[in-house]
Write a protein that binds this ligand. Structure first.
Ligand SMILES: NC(=O)c1ccc[n+]([C@@H]2O[C@H](COP(=O)([O-])OP(=O)(O)OC[C@H]3O[C@@H](n4cnc5c(N)ncnc54)[C@H](O)[C@@H]3O)[C@@H](O)[C@H]2O)c1
Length: 343
């Protein structure tokens, strides 16, 4: 049995999910002769101790203690502002790092991290889990196989049912950086093209506290790709019908929608149409359950040298460049060119 010890830092909203997924992935990988052990830490010690106890994982009192305990991979699921120092800590210790998106609060803060990782030949996977989602994978396959022809329009949608806590939003960098960055990443990944310009608008018709911390609850960006193709990326925190993540790709030969199934969070207005008729997803954890588990399994495989890095920090920063441009456009009211400064 090959043994892999993962050290998880941060067991908040997404960290708890990763902790559970690591336990599930361990069971799946056992059949392939791989065993995964989890150790974890969080500054909220009592909560972390109880998460650890529930999973039979070891609790350690700090990141330093976690790293010193001899882990093979560091999983970072703390708030975005802490990512740079924790990525550095993992890379400096010579261990592989999985870090939740984004690399840092913005591109300017990400570039020194990229340089550091490159100078140390660090192995860092960023958590853009949609790259593992079966629907997005099928859309990419179909596009690359020529089944859609050339793409004339792309429409990406990401809607939460309810907003995360305002305290989280205050430090999230804004709706485009926190939420739509997943769409910017997947659009680059799927089309193999760069987004070169963004024009964004937003609105605040929900809790005024969201506006007070400088964010919007709903936004839409018109994006232009380097071959002139146009698309839209929209997001909202108030989608009562359910957690709705879709991508419509319309091409000269055929069209596909990712996320259109019985659980899609909407109803048809047409008489007699009962599709979709299932219970909608309520959270991102539910919607991307399979993808989050697959990305954690991929991290274990990356540590063992069994696969290429599925999402490098360079990939993630490229998506962040688009998110930065969208936030700038939202603030200025004019279209913004995406900066392509070399990292
Ligand atoms: N990939 C996705 O779909 C997705 C979804 C949600 C969040 N995220 C990302 O995950 C990150 C965390 O988001 P969240 O919603 O889980 O946040 P959260 O605030 O719920 O949880 C963060 C946890 O980290 C702990 N923490 C903070 N600093 C720490 C430190 N220095 N050492 C140890 N513990 C520390 C906090 O106590 C908290 O428990 C963010 O960067 C966010 O962008 C990604």
């Amino acid at each position: 049995m090959k043994e892999v010890i993962l050290g998880l830092v941060g067991v908040g909203r997404i960290g708890v999910m990763h902790a559970n997924n690591i336990a599930a992935v361990n069971e799946e990988l056992n059949a392939r002769g791989i065993s995964v052990t989890l150790r974890l830490t969080d500054v909220a010690e009592e909560h972390a101790r109880s998460v650890a106890a529930g999973l039979g994982a070891e609790f350690l009192p700090s990141v330093e203690a976690l790293i010193a305990s001899g882990i093979d991979g560091l999983v970072i699921a703390t708030g975005t502002a802490t990512h740079p120092e924790l990525i550095r800590a993992g890379v400096d210790a010579g261990i592989a790092v999985f870090c939740e998106k984004p690399v840092a609060m913005n591109v300017a803060d990400s570039l020194p991290v990229l340089e550091h990782v490159q100078s140390k030949n660090g192995v860092v996977q960023i958590g853009h889990q949609r790259r593992f989602d079966a629907g997005y994978l099928e859309a990419k396959r179909a596009y690359q196989a020529g089944e859609l022809g050339w793409i004339h329009s792309l429409r990406a949608v990401t809607c939460d049912m309810t907003p995360p806590p305002v305290e989280f939003l205050a430090t999230s960098g804004g709706l485009f950086r926190d939420c739509s960055v997943h769409d910017f990443d997947i659009l680059r990944w799927l089309t193999g093209r760069e987004i070169v310009e963004v024009y964004a608008k937003g609105s605040n018709n929900g809790d005024p506290a969201i506006g007070e911390v400088g964010d919007v609850d709903t936004a839409l960006a018109v994006v232009t790709f380097d071959d002139g193709t146009v698309g839209t990326v929209s997001a909202s925190r108030y989608n009562g019908a359910g957690h709705d993540v879709r991508l419509e790709i319309q091409g000269s030969r055929n069209s596909l929608t990712v996320g259109l199934d019985n659980k899609t969070a909407m109803e048809s207005a047409e008489a007699g149409v009962e599709f979709p008729n299932g219970e909608s997803h309520k959270t991102f954890a539910e919607r991307f359950d399979q993808a989050y588990r697959s990305e954690m399994a991929a991290f274990v495989e990356l540590i063992l040298g069994l696969r290429e890095n599925p999402c490098t920090p360079e990939d993630a920063v490229a998506a962040s460049r688009v998110a930065d441009a969208a936030q700038e456009s939202l603030a200025s009211g004019v279209a913004v060119k995406v900066a392509f400064a070399s990292a």
